[in-house]
Ligand binder design. Structure first.
Ligand code: ADP
Length: 167
């Protein structure tokens, strides 16, 4: 039987516990999940491609059927290259839906054999986003509820040593 392969694309700037939650759920459903870190030179990110890659690898190392790749291009193209016919996206709230719906239909228009599935994180992560984490870290707020310890350390390096981390 052929393997069920999916991709989970995103910016991951940086990876949060919400992303990890979706990756963990996906890894139980699919034989193989490629986490695809989007590299878009027009989109300014706090962390470089290399930094984001390393943080994702470190945060997901407990999931053995997950592989991390970086990619600059159309999502459906990387899905095809990796032999995946499913794109996973996380839905936090209704506010995510309009945008995600549009992208999913557009991707299907470009490549009709690739489907998008939406997954809900644990409700404690529904308000969480990379941009909120970046903002909190910038103002030295405690972020240990929102990111793994390796990511907290990277944010501390970026914004200075005053970020409080309570273990
Ligand atoms: P993008 O720029 O592609 O939206 P993100 O890294 O912000 O990249 O998000 C990647 C995917 O992870 C998206 O499907 C997004 O909805 C989902 N996601 C982000 N944060 C969370 C969260 N807290 N819970 C569940 N899904 C999330």
């Amino acid at each position: 039987m052929s393997q069920k392969i999916a991709i989970y694309p995103g910016t991951f700037d940086p990876i949060t516990l919400g992303h990890i939650d979706i990756a963990e759920r996906s890894s139980k459903i699919f034989d193989k999940v490629f986490v695809v870190i989007g590299v878009n030179s027009n989109k300014k990110s706090l962390f470089s491609e290399k930094e984001r890659y390393q943080m994702v690898v470190d945060s997901l190392s407990h999931l053995l059927n997950i592989e991390v790749v970086t990619y600059n291009g159309l999502i459906v193209d990387i899905a095809e290259k990796l032999g995946a016919n499913t794109i996973i996206r996380g839905l936090r709230a209704v506010s995510d839906f309009d945008y995600e719906y549009q992208i999913a239909l557009m991707n299907r228009k470009i490549c009709s054999n690739i489907d998008t599935i939406f997954m809900l994180p644990d409700e404690k992560y529904t308000y969480l986003s990379s941009s909120i984490v970046r903002e909190l870290a910038q103002y030295n707020e405690d972020i240990h509820h929102f990111v793994s310890s390796n990511v907290a350390a990277e944010l501390r390096k970026k914004f200075g040593k005053n970020i409080v981390e309570i273990v």
